[in-house]
Design a protein around this ligand. Structure first.
Ligand code: SAH
Length: 348
């Protein structure tokens, strides 16, 4: 078999690897050894699996490849944020970001090459060439972030957010597999409580996650609580109304008992009026939530502008007097285009 025909062994589950060994007259327990080499030790070649016999290593070599990511370029912001351009085995590039604060380091990882959702304000939407990332490609971004956190900040990675390129709920299976490895004993042993998945809001998938009793947190990009406006900024709202979204989130809360985080950007002349504030307050009261007002990061030629600080203040006041928790977030890594919505492989 040529390397192109061989399967990526990291796309196989432990049971599939076990079956492979048994079918080839080898021992079932090899699967556990190989799995550890692949995931917790992260080797890039079968030769490195030193507790396997030469015959076993050859068997693997003849049937599989080990795909892995490579950091193509690393940039550091004046505020300490790190952005990685990551080259995949097929030459595609995605970006991941590492954000240090006093108490923690957060990795922001990508789930797709490009994105199909076309949100009007997001740089990733301008990219073509969309494909889903494999679970191993998502996992590897976290491994890189973990190593960089130790190296540059002197402490391990503490949190992961799926807020990089792509819509994680449109690559659900691989994202779930990756989270499984990130949290498992064979992988990075991180707590799912420290992982947050951010979605533009796909009600069906939100219900599915609730049914599957996932243990990570959920963030939803709202940006307007008025359907006609939200549909303009986020075309996905045209077929998935705010009412359907709210319905799925109520279901999520009833199953998981975890409050949802809403992400919200305030644009000049778009959602800066009293009716916008009132709509958000009403929407936020439907279920326990927390609102993150995030700074708008300008991308080229989109014509959008962040609203004046007084508007943010008005939002904050109205939400707080309605008893809703609200954080106003400042962007990080803007000087290297590493902030929310700026990931667009610009270095190439
Ligand atoms: N597809 C997912 C995750 C990727 S985007 C989602 O939609 O949630 C991560 C966050 O960045 C989302 O809240 C998104 O709305 C926001 N975002 C996108 N472009 C932005 C920009 N130019 N400025 C600020 N936030 C932006």
């Amino acid at each position: 078999m040529s390397d192109i025909e061989k399967r990526d062994i990291r796309a196989l589950s432990k049971d599939e690897i076990k079956d492979f060994f048994v079918n080839n007259g080898d021992k079932a327990f090899r699967a556990k050894q190989v799995y550890e080499w692949l995931w917790s030790k992260g080797v890039h070649t079968f030769e490195d699996m030193t507790n396997l016999s030469i015959v076993t290593r050859e068997l693997l070599n003849n049937n599989f490849v080990i795909n892995h990511i490579n950091v193509d370029e690393m940039q550091r912001s004046s505020d300490g944020t790190i952005k990685n351009a990551i080259k995949l085995y097929d030459g595609n590039i995605v970006e991941s970001v590492l954000i240090p604060t006093d108490k923690r380091t957060t990795a922001c990882v990508s789930s797709q090459v490009g994105c199909a959702l076309n949100c009007a304000f997001c740089a990733t939407a301008r990219l073509k060439n969309m494909r889903n990332l494999g679970a191993d490609e998502i996992y590897d971004q976290v491994v890189v972030a973990h190593q960089q956190s130790n190296l540059y900040y002197g402490h391990p990675l503490s949190n992961i957010v799926f807020m990089g390129m792509g819509e994680p709920l449109m690559n659900y299976e691989e994202v779930i597999k990756a989270i499984g490895m990130i949290t498992s004993d064979e992988g990075l042993q991180m707590s799912p409580r420290r992982i947050m998945l951010s979605t533009a809001g796909l009600p069906k998938m939100i219900k599915r996650m609730a049914d599957e009793d996932v243990k990570f947190g959920l963030a939803v990009s709202i940006h307007s609580a008025i359907d006609s406006k939200r549909s303009k900024m986020m075309p996905i709202n045209q077929k998935n109304s705010l009412a359907d979204l709210a319905d799925s989130l109520v279901y999520w809360y009833s199953k998981t008992k975890r409050r949802v985080t809403y992400e919200y950007v305030i644009w000049d002349g778009f959602n800066d009026k009293k009716e916008d504030i009132d709509a958000l307050v009403k929407f936020a009261k439907i279920l326990p939530c927390k609102i993150n007002i995030i700074e708008y990061n300008e991308i080229e030629e989109d014509g959008f502008k962040q609203a004046a600080p007084e508007v943010t203040d008005a939002y904050q006041k109205a939400l707080e007097s309605a008893g809703i928790v609200v954080n106003v977030r400042r962007s990080r890594g803007k000087d290297i285009d590493a902030a929310c919505g700026q990931l667009a492989n610009k270095h190439k």
